[in-house]
Design a protein around this ligand. Structure first.
Ligand code: HMG
Ligand code: MG
Length: 314
């Protein structure tokens, strides 16, 4: 016999309810080698929303030469119509060119994405940290002027593959500069999945001390080292209620060392269901969606919960 739902034992140390910020269609698919047709992406987003994921990041308006996987951003949103728009359907936007494209598509929310380290700012944005913040400033100003909700990611919060350890003060300083642009929410990115529990607590405390409270923070853990869920629990116990995750743990490549996806939404939903924390997500519908997507990608989900609950193909 396999259990398809956990036994519920409420955990009073966790918030009664969390918001899952689903990134599978963006963070997940941006790394896939296989070309996923726009129609499949649109259907994926529709199915995620139907499974109860109220916030779904849909795509990125970045330079299509840099991320060809998401070059079809406008087409995906066109296929989705109203379902792909509104304040709970954010898109990534690095610069004014990206914002122009996003506004043309009619989006209601955007996310800029800064880096705590110089190395990753260069690799990901072709800019220094200072230059990238200067690039974001008019994006945030214009987005807010147009009434959009704006999120700021900060990557490499807990370690950087080129620089190694990243001082907490350095992360806080970049986070402050991004939030000072006027962003509504800060998402703390553990891009390479190296964070551990004490580090998460220390960064949240340091941000709190500088006036960036948990009510404005989301956590974004990649699961490379298997720490994403335990780190999430630390953040929830500190009062964070927005958690980024990707359906099926999408992202990364099984053939590339140390490149794995985000915290799997199924792993998060299972943990929350057992602890009596409301997510609004229907786990069976989500599992069906991840199984369907895995077929399109031609490889199984790395999520432990998906593997436990999905029968092996005959
Ligand atoms: P650049 O090459 O320095 O850009 O890239 P540029 O400003 O010099 O422009 C060069 C050409 O690209 C121009 O065309 C622009 O118009 C065009 P030309 O005039 O020569 O014909 N261009 C664009 N076209 C369409 N849309 C645009 C756009 N921008 C420029 N938005 C840039 C700078 C920032 C654009 C580039 O580095 C880029 O696109 N980077 C994005 C990389 C990316 O998407 N990374 C993944 C997302 S971040 C992430 O995954 C981390 C996160 O999950 C959190 C975590 O885990 O830590 C969020
Ligand atoms: Mg990410």
């Amino acid at each position: 016999m396999s259990m398809r739902t956990p036994q519920v034992e409420p955990d009073p140390t966790l918030p009664p309810e969390i918001t899952i910020y689903e990134v599978g269609a963006r963070d997940g698919l941006q790394n896939e080698k296989a070309v996923v047709p726009a129609a499949v992406k649109a259907e994926f987003i529709r199915r995620l929303a139907a499974a109860g994921l109220a916030t779904v990041e849909t795509t990125s308006f970045v330079n299509p030469q840099w991320v060809p996987q998401l070059a079809d951003a406008s087409e995906v949103l066109e296929l989705l119509g109203d379902e792909g728009l509104g304040p709970r359907r954010p898109v990534l936007v690095p610069n004014e060119r990206g914002l122009d494209r996003a506004l043309e598509a009619g989006v209601g929310a955007v996310a800029i994405f800064g880096s705590a380290t110089e190395s990753f700012a260069r690799k990901n944005l072709n800019r220094s940290v200072d230059e990238s913040i200067a690039m974001f400033a008019p994006v945030v100003e214009r987005a807010q002027g147009a009434g959009l909700w704006v999120r700021a990611y900060v990557s490499m919060c807990f370690g950087d593959p080129w620089e190694g350890p990243v001082p907490v003060d350095q992360v806080v300083s970049v986070a402050e500069r991004l939030m000072d642009l006027g962003c509504d929410q800060l998402s703390l990115g553990d891009t390479i999945g190296v964070a551990t529990s004490g580090h998460v607590a220390r960064l949240l405390d340091a941000l709190h001390d500088r006036g960036i409270g948990v009510d404005r923070i989301g956590v974004h853990f990649h699961d490379t080292y298997g720490q994403a869920l335990s780190n999430t629990l630390v953040a929830l116990r500190r009062g964070v209620t927005v958690v980024d995750s990707s359906a099926g743990g999408l992202g990364g490549c099984p053939y590339a060392e140390s490149a794995t996806g985000n915290l799997a939404t199924e792993d998060l939903v299972w943990a929350m269901a057992g602890a009596g924390v409301r997510t609004g997500v229907d786990l069976e519908a989500l599992l069906g969606t991840s199984a369907w997507m895995a077929q399109h990608l031609g490889r199984p989900s790395p999520s432990a919960v998906v593997r436990a609950l999905t029968p092996a193909p005959a």
